[in-house]
Design a protein around this ligand. Structure first.
Ligand SMILES: *Cc1c(COP(=O)(O)O)cnc(C)c1O
Length: 373
């Protein structure tokens, strides 16, 4: 599929061949017998849930995981029939949909277990559930102490099928392994009392890359399928290819005399006669305003600095060093041009956040162009 890029002023390009490559490479890295769940929450980290989910399944993912019921419904509406784990909370008033759509729900207390069982009984279904246990992240889940009695309670409900037990690590992307080892130890200690539960799982991308002993029955991999590493300290045991590029094009090229400033507040004053390019891409499109006077973009295969403040819909780029600039020139905000590359991780580093935030906050309205050979 060759994309016709000329119809957009701002767009994302998502390389599905690279997604397939990442999923396969990560699967090959798993300990024997471990299954692969592709995490496609938050619109597949900004990359478009249904398309990414279908490609990941085709590449060998065994199942999908999302945060919310709504996200799962989007996948079902797109015709996806694979198992989908809803990892976040669902309302007792929503359980009907979860049952109807045959979602795998996370159970953390008796109330939601009871509501799911009741709704399943009504329609004559048995709904699959996983129990999430909090082993130290202290976020969502049932406590280690309460887990055994919750599990027994679920066993007494005839319309629930408990097929999984899982936990989530707080610090798997750090160099110090102490916390991950402790959480794994706590989890396995609980798990060994319930050998009949089919799927024990714990690993996110960081643990999948660094700690084979956490792979267990399933890994839940998010950021790595998009070709990004969870943090700078994570070992690159699998070489990943970023799938997402973010692009715009030059809409004006003009000259500044030495001493003239650009953008609101004139926070950058040309230290020499300069040439600047205007791009119709601003913080409203996902270019952090913190990149004002800090970040670069790529034009004609070269890095070019952002000058002045990033506006809601526009930004100004210094192209004094780039000959032959023309209106219409393609500008890469995230991605590669020749030997130069700007990654979501680079932008995250400059703006004091993580690559997850940079990509998952990209507006749903940006056109997404999928590339596939
Ligand atoms: C988001 C999430 C994952 C995936 O995390 P990555 O770091 O993106 O791999 C796995 N498990 C749970 C519970 C999550 O919320």
């Amino acid at each position: 599929m060759l994309a016709n890029k000329s119809q957009h002023l701002q767009w994302m390009e998502i390389d599905l061949d690279k997604l397939v490559y990442n999923v396969k490479a990560l699967r090959n890295h798993l300990t024997k017998g471990a299954k692969f769940s592709a995490v496609v929450k938050k619109n597949a980290y900004g990359c478009g849930a249904a398309t990414i989910a279908k490609a990941a399944l085709k590449a060998g993912a065994d199942s999908l995981a999302v945060h919310s019921l709504e996200e799962a419904m989007v996948l079902r509406q797109a015709g996806i029939t694979s198992p989908i784990l809803v990892m976040g909370p669902i309302l007792t008033t929503e359980v009907k949909h979860a049952v109807e759509q045959r979602l795998v729900c996370t159970v953390v207390d008796r109330e939601i277990a009871r509501a799911l069982s009741k709704a399943s009984e009504k329609s004559g279904d048995v709904t699959e559930v996983h129990v999430k246990v909090d082993t130290g992240l202290h976020r969502f889940g049932t406590s280690l102490e309460d887990a055994p009695s919750l599990i027994s309670y679920i066993y007494r409900l005839s319309n629930l099928g408990l097929t999984g037990l899982y936990t989530h690590f707080s610090s798997a992307d750090e160099i110090d392994r102490t916390q991950t080892k402790l959480q794994l130890y706590r989890f396995l200690k609980l798990a060994k009392d319930f050998p009949e539960i089919e799927l024990m799982h714990a690993a996110n991308s960081a643990a999948t890359l660094q700690f084979p002993e956490t792979h267990l029955d399933v890994v839940r991999v998010g950021i790595a399928i998009y070709g990004l590493y969870p943090s700078v300290s994570v070992k690159k045991t699998v070489s990943l290819k970023p799938i997402l590029s973010l692009k715009t094009r030059v809409v004006r090229v003009h000259s500044l005399k030495i001493g003239e400033g650009v953008s609101y507040g004139l926070t950058w004053i040309a230290p020499r006669d300069s040439v600047v390019a205007l791009v119709p891409f601003g913080y409203g499109h996902g270019l952090p305003r913190l990149l004002s006077n800090r970040g670069d973009v790529l034009i004609r295969g070269r890095r070019a600095p952002i000058r002045g403040v990033v506006c809601m819909d526009q930004s100004i780029i210094d192209v004094t060093h780039i000959p032959g600039m023309q209106v219409g020139d393609e500008v890469t905000i995230i991605g590669r041009q020749g030997d130069e590359e700007i990654t979501a991780s680079e932008i995250a580093g400059l703006t004091n956040t993580i690559n997850y935030e940079i990509i998952s906050r990209l507006p749903a309205a940006l056109p997404r162009i999928y590339l596939q050979k």
